[in-house]
Structure formats: C-alpha cells, structure tokens
Design a protein around this ligand. Sequence first.
Ligand SMILES: [Zn+2]
Length: 453
Amino acid sequence: MSYDLVVKGGLVVTAEQAIVADVAVNGERIAAVGSGLRGQVELDARGLYVIPGAIDGHVHLNDPTFPPYAVFTADSFATGTRAAAFGGVTTVVDFAQPAVGQPLVEGLEQRLADAAGEAVIDYGLHLNLRDPDPARLDEVRAVFERGVPSFKLYMAYEGYRLPDAAIFRAMEAVAANGGLAVLHAENDDVIVELSKRLAAEGKTGPQWLATACPPEAEAEAVHRAIALAGIARARLLVFHLSCGEAAREIAAAKQRGQDVSAEVTSHGLVLEQSALVSGDLRAQSLAVRPPLRESAQREALWAALREGVLDMVASDHSPCSPALKKQEQGRFDEAWGGVSGLQLALPVAWTEGSKRGFTLQHLARWMCEAPARLAGLSRRKGALAPGQDADLCVWRPEEKFQVDPAKLHHKHKLTPYAGRELQGVVVATVVRGELVYDRGDFPGAPRGQELLK
Ligand SMILES: [Zn+2]
C-alpha cells in the first residue's frame, strides 16, 4: 500500500514517546506511524526529529490594541502565519474582539472574514468579552454554537478590563456551556496607582515597569480569578504567568482539585528584567505586561513547568512597527506592550529548556498537546497519531543559529532576540498533509482553515 506522503525515518517525538518511525499521510490526516511505509511523495527525515506541529495558543494578528493606541497589531493573518510556518507552528489561536455594544457573533464573523483566504496555517479564536452589559451574556451560547469554546476576560487595561461582577457573570455563562474562561490577571488599580507615582517622579523608562507591576499585584489577581472561577464552577486558564508568587496560586488550586491551567510566554521564560535597563529601542520593545522579571523569577517559572503547575508555552505574539516603538520611546506607561515572537517561540523555549534538562517530549507537551487540549482542538491537533491532522514540524533540535532579524518573516523585523544564539532549526513544516515550509522554500499557499467546531 502506498500513502500520499511518508515522512521517513525521523525520530518521532510526542508528549508520550520518542521512537524512530515513518509517518504516513493520506489526504489531510495521519494514516499510520510505523516502519517500512511507502509514499507517492517521500520526505527523508533520517537524522531529523519529527514533532507535532507547534500550536501557538496566544497570538495577536491584526488585533485592535489597548488605549492610547487606535491601531492594530502589525502582522496580518498573511504575514503572521507565514512567519509561523517558518517556525514549525501549524496552528495559531487568536482572538475575536467584538467592540462594546457590538453583538458577539457579528464581531466573531468579522474576525473570521479577516483571516479567510489569508492564513497559511490553521487558526482558532478565543472570544474576548469586554462588554460589561449583562444582557450581552445571552449571546454566549450562540458563540459556542458557532464553535468558539474559550472566552478571554481582562482584569487590566482601561477599555478592556471588567469589574469582578462582570467577570463572575461571564464565567458563569461560559461554565453553563462547558467552556473555558481565559484570564489576563493583574491588579490594574494598584498598577495604575504605582505608575502614576513613578511618573510624578520622572521614572518613566522601561526599567521601571516591573516596579509598577509587583509580583503581588499579579498573584492577587490570579488568586481572585481562581476564586471567582471556583464559585462560578468555570474551567480556568490564566495567561502569561510571570512570577513564582502567581504560580503558587495555580499550584494551590490544582492541589485542591480545581480545573485550573496556566500559560507562560516564551519571552517570560527567557528574557530578564536587566534587559530593560538599557533604555534603548530594544528595551522598549520588551515593555510587556506582566513585565519581564529578575532571573530568580524565571527559574521559578521553569520549576513550575517541571512540576506541571504551568501547562503551556505561547508567544503572546503582539508586534508593532518600529515607528510606534520610537514614538513612545522612554515611557513605559505609554509604551507599546507587546513582543514579536511567533516565528522563534519553538527554538527560544527549546534553547533554554534543553539547558535545564528538559526533553523534546516536554516541549511537545507544552507547545503541542496542552495548547490543543485547552483550545478544544485535541480531536484534530496536538498529537502525532493516526486520525489526527497531518501537522508536522521536522527539525534539527541540536543545531544552533544566530537570530538575524532580516530572516524573520513577521511584517516588522523588530525582535528582542536579535543576535542571540538559539538552538533548533526547522527543516520542514507540514499542515494537513501539505508542505508549507521546506528547507528554506516557502511553498505555503493561503489554505489555512478556521478550526471552529
Ligand atoms: Zn496577549
């Protein structure tokens, strides 16, 4: 029997196992994992590693941004997913962000129209609910029926943050449909207050951001999110944990048996606060919320990954133009709060993870299995087994490379990793049985599909 495509002889690594095997594909699905398999097209992967395509469960492609900006994040679905394909990423989960006052399904359909015909890889959406009107929650069921099982709720940022009562009501509505509440958890009142005091003292450089956002302000909000989700009986995923204090809240909730998960960003695991001190454009590009913290906190995050307290790693890719960074240079309180990281998330996490003794199976758990499961995509994505979508990343995890911004495929080349040596070179990326990246070539056509149910 001959299959459509066979990826031959690679070391196949999933969250469960690592074996030398052929991966056979028929149409868009994995047909078999075994030995001696033959295909119409064969991709020689001997000496290479084959993992499920990475799933970046948290990206912002052409998303509306927080005040004072009236702009959209810089990558479109076309440029962002092309960069993803070069980085071994086969699925992204972005956001539908209906405006306050806009019907939720209308906002969702608008967002789907944004991506249609543009994306090179597959994509899902969380729905960001920022309308505090209780009547809006009557539409939550319709969003589920349209196929979105996860709702993003902000505790921070004016215009996005919701009061606790609205968060609690939303969690109840999400729970009633068996969905997932996804939280940006920071105590915004305290952060705004501290930011104002620092500004009054002229302390507005990016090196002051972490002072304005103490770990306690994050841990308090994580604690509150867990408590509200507990009362509402909602499944909870907390995004971008940045400190040991917040991780301990997650650990305690898990120990009690509450259905709580947590994400850590690739930049939060790798970059440290000292990088903010230089005050240059690169430092400004690192002004993210929650902030980069000192190295002891990064080690606490790695320890939390090791213990299974943190579940997934994502890029929180939120790019902007260099002009926008320069425009706001020197003011953390006005700085663009996003880092570009989609194309490099896999090697960034692997470079530092492998130094700490983690294996590719860990990586497959954090960047394939868990994000698929939490986004409700497990029946198709995140594993490498017969019946799953044939999404593969073929790579050389031991090979090193230096980050050259010119080789990034994001719309803007601004990256905190410029010049850094990373480990893990992507050789080929397969999405539903088709090569979208192949040894420097980019045969990827815009055939990415929406992954709503
Ligand atoms: Zn984000």
